[in-house]
Structures are given as C-alpha cells and as structure tokens.
Design a protein around this ligand. Structure first.
Ligand code: NDP
Length: 281
C-alpha cells in the first residue's frame, strides 16, 4: 500500500497518512511505534505533552529506516510559549527524538487567555528553527480563524499546517476553510473521534457496501477531503486496518452523507481552543 504525499506551502512533502501516539503510554511507545513501522507507517505524530518522544526516538533508532523516508512531527508544550522557554523545549525535543531535525514542529495550543494572548512571539520563535535548519517545516495546532490571521499579519510567516479536531461529528468547517484560504493544509486530529463514530449507522451502511470497516471508511472520507490523518491504535490488527485505505474510494454522495453527520460544537471530543488554557504543572 503506497501512502500518497501532499505538498505543503513551503514546498516540502508530507505523507497523508501517519500514526499518532497521543495516549500511548511512554513505556510502550518504542514497541508500539516499531509495530507501526512494520505495518508500513512512516509518519509519526508526537508531542512534548505526550511524554513519549523518547520512545519514538528509540523506535526510530532501532528501525534502520533511512531518515529521509520518515516524517516526524512534534509540538511545543503549553508551559513553554515564552521565546526562551520555546527554544529550550525545542532542543529537548531533538535530544529526546535523537534527531538533528524534525520534519514538522507545531505550537500545540494557541492559549489565547494565557501569556497576555501573545502567541505571535511564540510563532516568531518557531520560525527561527526553520532558519537554523532544525525544523524542516513549522505549523500550528488548534488555531481558530482569528488566530491564523493574527500570526500571519504580525509575522508574514504562514504555517505549513493547522492540526485541528476534525471527524464526522465535528467537521470544523470554519477552521478548515480559514486554513485553506491561507494555503495551509489541515491535519485532522482524532480522525475517528476516538472510536465514537464507528457505530454510526450511515458510516456502517457505507462500510458494508464497500466491504470495508467503519474506521477505514471514515479515514478514507478524510483522505478524499484532502486532510492529513494519523489514527492511533495500540493493536497491530487495527494499525493494519487503518493503513489499508488506498485501494478503494467513496462516491461524492457518500462523502457528502458522512459530512452531513456534523453536530457542530456539541460534536467536539476535545476542548474549544478559544477557551482551553491548561498548562501542565
Ligand atoms: P483517534 O480518532 O485516532 O482514535 C483512537 C482510538 O480509536 C483509540 O482508542 C483506539 O483504540 C481506537 N481505534 C483505532 N483504530 C481503530 C479501529 N480500526 N477500530 C476500532 N477502534 C480503533 O484518536 P486520537 O485522539 O488518538 O487522535 C489521533 C492522533 O491525533 C493522536 O494520536 C495525536 O497524534 C493527534 N491528536 C492531536 C491533538 C492536538 O491537540 N493537536 C489532540 C488529539 C489527538 P486502541 O488504541 O485500543 O486500538
């Protein structure tokens, strides 16, 4: 199964399907990512907040896979938005991953009610990491339309991606559309809503008609809408299932029927980025 790549606005490329490691326990991360590599995943999405970058680094080191075949993303933790703290935290990420360069580094949350609302300085600091060659691309996560406008107007630097919650119950069209208007690719987090959409009747019927599973159909829906996804699973059979989504396609009507499952704000599984202010102690 060949995973398609998308070209980002800085002319780098990204595999459209990857493997996410949120809630993968740190002691099990190296083994889990190793299994994901064996299945064929080459794009890994981690974060400082997940406390499992070291495990990802161990799996990379043990894999023998050429560095240029891998795509590794991490994200700045919420307590490190001040420029000097962001520089320190970024260095720690590289050390924990055992890499000289990450493929993509993101501001994890905008935290508009923290740090006097100054996520622009944090964004400007991430731009340094591209300048000095330690990040191939930079982007943001959980940025609302107004947050995107602000950092672009203040710095002139356009994020390569915006990683936001998107799945059939929360299609997040406002943030998707704003991202697209700036030429920013959308990464859809919790692509199967942490499993919540898998018993949906509409998705189930479409899955049966294709001889596929609800997870495969939901991930295929994201792919056809042009978003980047990285489902998480601790089970190798599910890792394989989620990887096998490039040998069938949905009709435009099927894509529309799944998009119509949107429940607006009440469909979110995670917090609203305008309000989220959690800083780990
Ligand atoms: P997902 O939508 O990927 O769902 C993961 C859950 O679904 C797990 O409980 C998993 O169980 C289960 N699952 C996976 N595949 C299948 C399957 N084929 N059949 C049945 N159940 C399945 O949720 P995540 O929240 O993990 O999101 C994916 C990634 O997005 C994260 O790992 C992270 O990288 C990123 N993310 C980013 C956020 C951000 O703020 N930027 C926030 C949240 C996520 P099991 O493991 O037991 O198999």
């Amino acid at each position: 199964m060949t995973v398609p790549t998308l070209t980002l606005n800085d002319n780098t490329t990204i595999p459209q399907l990857g493997f996410g490691v949120f809630q993968v326990p740190p002691p099990e991360t190296a083994e889990t990512v190793t299994k994901a590599f064996e299945v064929g995943y080459r794009h890994i999405d981690t974060a400082q907040m997940y406390q499992n970058e070291e495990g990802v680094g161990a799996a990379i080191a043990a894999s023998g896979i050429a560095r240029d075949e891998l795509f590794i993303t991490s994200k700045l933790n919420n307590g490190f938005h001040r420029p000097e703290d962001a520089r320190f935290a970024f260095e720690q990420t590289l050390t924990r991953l055992g890499l000289d360069q990450v493929d993509l580094f993101l501001i994890h949350w905008p935290l508009p009610t923290q740090y006097d609302g100054d996520f622009t300085s944090t964004w400007r600091t991430l731009a340094e990491f591209v300048q000095d060659g330690r990040a191939r691309s930079i982007g943001v996560s959980n940025f609302q339309p107004a947050h995107l406008t602000r950092i672009i107007e203040d710095t002139g630097v356009i994020p390569a991606v915006n990683q936001i919650e998107v799945h059939p119950y929360f299609t997040n069209e406002a943030a998707r559309t704003a991202s697209h208007e700036h030429g920013i690719k959308v990464e859809a987090w919790s692509p199967i809503a942490q499993g919540r959409v898998l018993d949906n009747e509409v998705i189930g019927k479409i899955a049966s008609s294709h001889g596929r599973t609800p997870s495969q159909v939901t991930l295929r829906w994201h792919i056809e809408r042009g978003d980047i996804v990285f489902p998480k699973s601790m089970h190798v059979e599910r890792m394989k299932e989620n990887f096998e989504i490039f040998d069938f396609s949905l009709t435009p009507d099927e894509v529309a029927a799944i998009s119509a499952l949107d429940q607006g704000e009440s469909g979110r599984t995670g917090p609203n980025p305008d309000e989220f202010d959690w800083i780990p102690s």
